[in-house]
Design a protein around this ligand. Structure first.
Ligand SMILES: [Zn+2]
Length: 267
């Protein structure tokens, strides 16, 4: 009997660590899913954003960034609701309202989320520059975009606009919005209102529809990329280990003067 007990003890001491290791191995990796997509049309109300006028085909075309961003955002929301019925798609504004940057951040950061959920923020803007030749699209993010992220982005926009819309790059921008958002945030600058070529291509009803369609397909591809690479878990880990969140509001006015271009970006 004693021998039998010793035998079982030996078997138990050998097997238990293996089982424990196995259990650890089999424990599903904690996955954080994007449950919510917040579309943030830049500017609104008294904050017009960039304003421009161009003579196109003999007609004077006046453009206001706050209107364009809202138009794109509303169409994008419809596309995403169809493509991603299991996700919550929110708009930070759905009319011509002024929402201060600090209030946008309060809204973003107060959206209820489970521990295994995150939101992502897509803030939509139209660019402007004193250099009338400057054109194309660019992004600002609160994370380091890797080459795959860039490839997915470029592929969607090249498929939609060919090589006619230059890609200017992805900047890890130190702007108020991405700096203070607690979830992955992307500011999308969709071409320059100050450039006639961009205006001709993007800022007419069909250009706006194409832009919203490209953004929607890109968001779907982005979610797949986030899933495949555990992007959100890594983002959260980085955010927890660094001082990303800075609620010391110094630039809570509508216009964030830290922008590179014409200082009307408001993010
Ligand atoms: Zn803007």
């Amino acid at each position: 009997m004693q021998k039998l007990m010793i035998f079982f003890f030996i078997i138990w001491t050998i097997a238990f660590p293996l089982l424990a290791e196995d259990d650890l191995y089999l424990e599903p990796q904690k996955k954080i899913q994007v449950s919510t997509i917040i579309i943030d049309p830049g500017h609104g109300g008294l904050d017009h954003g960039a304003v421009s006028q161009h003579q196109i085909n003999g007609e004077l075309v006046s453009l206001i960034e706050k209107t364009i961003t809202l138009n794109i955002a509303q169409i994008l929301k419809e596309h995403l609701e169809k493509a991603l019925p299991d996700k919550r798609i929110l708009l930070s504004r759905d009319n011509d309202t002024l929402i201060h940057l600090a209030d946008r951040i309060t809204y973003f950061n107060s959206i209820p989320l489970e521990l295994d959920e995150t939101a992502i923020i897509l803030s939509i803007h139209a660019n402007s520059s004193y250099n009338k030749n400057r054109r194309g699209y660019e992004l600002f993010t609160n994370f380091d975009a890797d080459s795959l992220f860039t490839k997915i982005l470029k592929s969607e926009f090249t498929n939609t606009f060919g090589n006619d819309l230059p890609f200017l790059g992805i900047m890890n921008g130190n702007h108020y919005l991405p700096r203070n958002a607690q979830v992955p945030a992307i500011i999308f600058e969709m071409g320059f209102l100050s450039n006639e070529e961009d205006v001709k291509m993007l800022y007419n009803p069909s250009g706006i529809e194409k832009s919203a369609g490209a953004l929607a397909r890109w968001v779907c591809a982005l979610l797949q990329y986030f899933d495949d690479t555990s992007f959100v878990a890594r983002f959260k880990e980085n955010a927890d280990n660094s001082d990303v969140v800075d609620m010391n509001v110094v630039d809570m006015n509508v216009v964030d003067m830290n922008v590179v271009d014409i200082n009307v970006a408001g993010y």
